[in-house]
Design a protein around this ligand. Sequence first.
Ligand SMILES: [Zn+2]
Length: 308
Amino acid sequence: MQVQKVDDFLYLIDLEPVGIKNYIASYVLRGENAAIIETGPSVSIENLLSGLEKIGVTTEEIEYVAVSHVHIDHAGGAGTLLQHLPNAKLLVHERGVPHLMNPEKLWTQTKKVLGKIAELYEEIKPVPKERVIAATNGMKINLGSTVKLEVLETLGHASHHLSFYESESNSVFPGDAAGIYLREFDVIVPTTPLPFHLETALASITRLAELKPKNLCYTHFGHVGDVVRRLETYKNRLKLWAKVVLEEIKTEDTPKEIYQKILMRDPEINAIAGFLQNHLMFRRGILMQNIDGFIGYFRKTVKRNKTS
Ligand SMILES: [Zn+2]
């Protein structure tokens, strides 16, 4: 399991769930106290703990664990992780709190959406109420030694999504708000599952770009520079996909046909479609779920416009 130093106070741990490298990252911020951003799923909590040991951060030092949203690949391991961190509190969007305190529904829903992949991630354990902080937009956490973490509400990918900003290293932790960055290809793949909200997602990306960050610290996967340009590219990709999906729903194409049209119109994604299909976690499912997210968004907005 690999650990990288991103900046003076900032480290990346490759969680390698079921041995998959470059897929899920946790970040460790270290001031006088420490914070972890993103827990990953339960299956890789042991790797996260080994990563902390490699960095030289004790489990007692961790004061906060912050998660972008409650999807299993980002926060499924929160309950398991907190059992190992005696002093840590969990920061999660207020709408995500009930899901992590009583994860039965979340786990059932995850199995329904992800099938066998959910089992690979392992079950979501509950987080005790007294250890949860309902995070709200603008909330600031001081870790000492000028290291601060700011909470930014960035909805769109999910209706309970947060990003985090650290001003000392000028880093943004976008969770899933800025897509999935494939390091191997330097491509950003959309992540727009139901109930995706296009306009809100675009506004969230704009908000992150306005911070002019030096580092974009992706959960999937890794830290990259040239942030404003990358975010702009991602926005343009979402707009292109939206255009294609909207045209195709009008001609009553099936999601599979829309998928083919997207590949034709987006050569960068076409070039990596094979990689995604062979990836144990992404497979073809991710692109199909993205298309479902766009279709769902347009059906809802069209309906609303008709009734209003
Ligand atoms: Zn997600």
